[in-house]
Design a protein around this ligand. Structure first.
Ligand code: HEC
Ligand code: HEC
Length: 486
C-alpha cells in the first residue's frame, strides 16, 4: 500500500514541500540543455485588441474547482482509501468549496462515468506568499526537476498490484491506467534543471504531438516529432495580469479567444471533439474569473513620500513599456512586446522552443483551438503589467532573479543562488525571496540539490533587462518603494 503515496504525487506531476515530502538529490543537469532555435518570428509588436466572450466570474471559480476539463485522475475510491491510511496529499482546502480535497485537486466524473480525483488549474496557478494561499498566484514551489522516482510507480505491474489491493472495478482500473499512461507519455518532457520553474510549454507540445488536430483523438505513438526533452523553463505568471493583457503567454503568443486558449489543460485527457466543446462552454466563465482577480496588497508599511518620488522615476524610466498605475481613468498599459535584441533576457523561449515551434503552431491552426484562437509567438517578450509584482518573485520569464532589488541592478544578480521555498522567507527590503549566493553551479559539480538556481544553464540565464542600471542608488530605492504599492 505504501506505493499509493507516490502514486498520488502523480496528481501534480511531483510533490512540493508545502504539500508533501520532497527528495533532495544530487543534480544531473543535462549538458545538452540546448534547444535549437526553430523559428524566425516576425519582429515583435503590440497585440491588437481581440473581442472576448463574456462570462460569470463566480461560476468560473466553481468551474476551476469542479469542472472536468482535465478529465482524468486516480479513482476516487483509491484516493479515499489512501486518505483513510493517512496517505493523502497535504494542502489547504480550496476557499469556498465544501469538499475537503486540497485546493489543487478536483473530484470529477469522467466522460466514462467514473469518479476520479485529478489535478486542476490551481496545481500551477495558486501559490503561497507569507503563509497565505493566493488563488491566481503562479506556483513557484513545485519541483519538476526529479520525476525519476515515479517511473516505477507508473509501471503496469505496480498499477496492477495497486488495483488488486484496492479491489478496483474494471472501469476504475481503466481510468487509473489511462491517467498513468498519459503521465508516462509526458514525463520525459517535463523535467526541469532546477526546482521552482514550470515545464507547461513543453507539456503542451508533447500533448499536441499525440493528438489528431481534427478529431483530438489520442494516439499512443506521436503523430508529430516530439519537442526536445530538455525543458525551456518558465516562471508561472500570475492570473490577474489578464485583466490588462491582450495576448497570453510571455512571448505574446496567445491571440484571439483567450477562453479557448485557457483550456489547453484539457489536452491531457479530453479525447473527443464533443468533450472539448463541453469544456469550451465553461471557459468564458473561467476567463471572466481570471480577469476579475485583484492582486494581493503589500501587507507591510510603505514610506509614502519615498514611493511618490519613486513614481516619478518609474514614469520617466519604466512606464513607456510597463504603463502607469495612477487611479482610473489615468492609467495606461501599452501591451508592448519588446524585441529580443532590446530586452536581452534569456532567448530560448522567444526563439521558438516548446509549443512555439513551427509544427505545433501549425497543429494549433488546424485544430479545434484554431477555430477561434491562434498561437502567434513573437521574437521578444511582453512587458507585463506590474500590478501585485511584489508577490510574484522570482522575476523574469524564467524566474532567474530572486528579488526586485537585484532586478533593478543587474550587477548584483546572483549567478548561483538558493532559496528555502518557505513562503514566509520573504525579504521585505529587497522585495523578493531571501536567498544565499553560492560559488558553484550544477555544471561545476557543486553536488548541491536542485533548489540551487544555476543561471549558467541555457534557458536559465539572468541576463538582460538592464533598465535599472543607469539609475542612481537613491532612485532605485525610490522605485523599489513604489513597486510595493502596485
Ligand atoms: C502544469 C502547470 C499549468 C497548469 C495545470 C495550467 N497552467 Fe496556465 N500557465 C502555466 C504556465 C507555465 C504559463 C506561462 C506559459 C508561457 O507564458 O510561456 C501559463 C499561462 C496561463 C495564462 C496566461 C497568463 C499570461 O499572463 O499570459 C492563463 C490565463 C492560464 N495559464 C490559465 C490556465 C487555466 C485556466 C488552466 C486550467 C484550465 C491552466 N492555466 C492550467 C502553467 C499551467
Ligand atoms: C524597453 C521596455 C522596458 C523598460 C524601459 C523597462 N522594462 Fe521592465 N520588462 C520589460 C520586459 C519585456 C520584461 C519581461 C522580460 C522577460 O521576462 O524576459 C520586463 C520585466 C520586468 C519585471 C519582471 C516581471 C516579472 O514577471 O518577473 C519587472 C519587475 C520590471 N520589468 C520592472 C521594470 C522597471 C522598474 C523598469 C524601470 C526602471 C523597467 N522595468 C523598464 C520591458 C521593459
Amino acid at each position: 500500500m505504501y506505493r499509493i503515496f507516490p502514486l498520488l504525487c502523480l496528481l501534480t506531476l511531483g510533490c512540493s514541500s508545502d504539500r508533501a515530502t520532497t527528495k533532495a538529490e544530487t543534480p544531473t543537469v543535462a549538458a545538452e540543455a540546448q534547444a535549437p532555435p526553430e523559428r524566425e518570428a516576425p519582429k515583435a509588436g503590440p497585440a491588437p485588441e481581440a473581442p472576448q466572450r463574456t462570462g460569470d466570474p463566480k461560476a468560473g471559480y466553481q468551474a476551476i474547482l469542479d469542472a472536468a476539463y482535465v478529465n482524468c485522475g486516480v479513482p476516487s475510491r483509491l484516493y479515499g482509501g489512501a486518505a483513510i491510511l493517512g496517505l493523502e496529499l497535504g494542502g489547504a482546502p480550496a476557499p469556498g468549496r465544501a469538499d475537503s480535497l486540497p485546493f489543487y485537486l478536483s473530484r470529477l466524473k469522467t466522460r466514462s462515468g467514473q469518479e476520479v480525483v485529478g489535478p486542476n488549474c490551481l496545481s500551477c496557478h495558486a501559490g503561497f506568499i507569507n503563509g497565505k494561499l493566493v488563488i491566481g498566484l503562479g506556483d513557484t514551489q513545485q519541483d519538476y526537476s526529479d520525476t525519476s522516482y515515479m517511473v516505477s510507480e507508473l509501471s503496469p505491474a505496480t498499477l496492477e498490484a495497486v488495483s488488486a489491493l484496492a479491489f478496483l472495478s474494471k472501469g476504475e482500473q481503466a481510468e487509473l491506467e489511462k491517467f498513468a499512461q498519459r503521465l508516462r507519455t509526458v514525463m520525459p518532457y517535463t523535467k526541469t534543471a532546477v526546482r521552482g520553474v514550470n515545464p507547461a510549454d513543453n507539456l503542451a507540445a508533447i500533448l499536441f504531438a499525440h493528438r489528431d488536430p481534427k478529431t483530438l483523438k489520442w494516439h499512443d505513438k506521436p503523430l508529430l516529432e516530439p519537442p526536445p526533452s530538455v525543458v525551456v523553463p518558465v516562471d508561472t505568471p500570475p492570473w490577474w495580469r489578464m485583466a490588462k493583457k491582450r495576448s497570453m503567454f510571455y512571448v505574446g503568443a496567445g491571440r484571439g479567444d483567450h477562453a479557448r486558449i485557457m483550456m489547453t489543460a484539457s489536452t491531457l485527457c479530453v479525447d473527443t471533439m464533443e468533450g472539448a466543446r463541453a469544456v469550451d462552454k465553461v471557459m468564458p466563465d473561467v476567463a471572466a474569473f481570471i480577469r476579475s482577480i485583484e492582486p494581493p496588497a503589500w501587507p507591510w508599511s510603505v514610506d509614502q513620500k519615498l514611493a511618490t518620488r519613486g513614481r516619478d522615476v518609474f514614469e520617466d524610466n519604466c512606464a513607456e513599456c510597463h504603463g502607469t498605475y495612477r487611479d482610473d481613468p489615468g492609467h495606461t498599459y501599452p501591451n508592448k512586446v519588446v524585441d529580443l535584441a532590446d530586452i536581452g533576457t534569456d532567448p530560448m523561449l522567444a526563439r521558438g522552443a516548446s509549443q512555439f515551434a513551427h509544427r505545433f503552431i501549425d497543429w494549433y491552426r488546424k485544430s479545434f483551438y484554431g477555430e477561434t484562437a491562434r498561437l502567434e509567438p513573437q521574437k521578444g517578450y511582453v512587458a507585463p503589467p506590474l500590478d501585485g509584482i511584489w508577490a510574484t518573485a522570482p522575476f523574469l520569464h524564467n524566474g532567474s532573479v530572486p528579488t526586485l532589488a537585484t532586478l533593478l541592478d543587474s550587477s548584483k544578480r546572483p549567478r548561483f543562488w538558493r532559496r528555502s521555498f518557505r513562503s514566509r522567507d520573504y525579504d521585505r527590503d529587497a522585495v523578493g525571496w531571501r536567498y544565499r549566493t553560492l560559488s558553484k553551479g550544477h555544471r561545476a559539480g557543486s553536488g548541491m540539490n536542485r533548489s540551487l538556481y544555476d543561471t549558467s544553464i541555457p534557458g536559465y540565464s539572468n541576463a538582460g533587462h538592464t533598465y535599472g542600471d543607469s539609475l542612481s542608488q537613491s532612485e532605485r530605492t525610490a522605485v523599489l518603494e513604489y513597486l510595493k504599492t502596485l
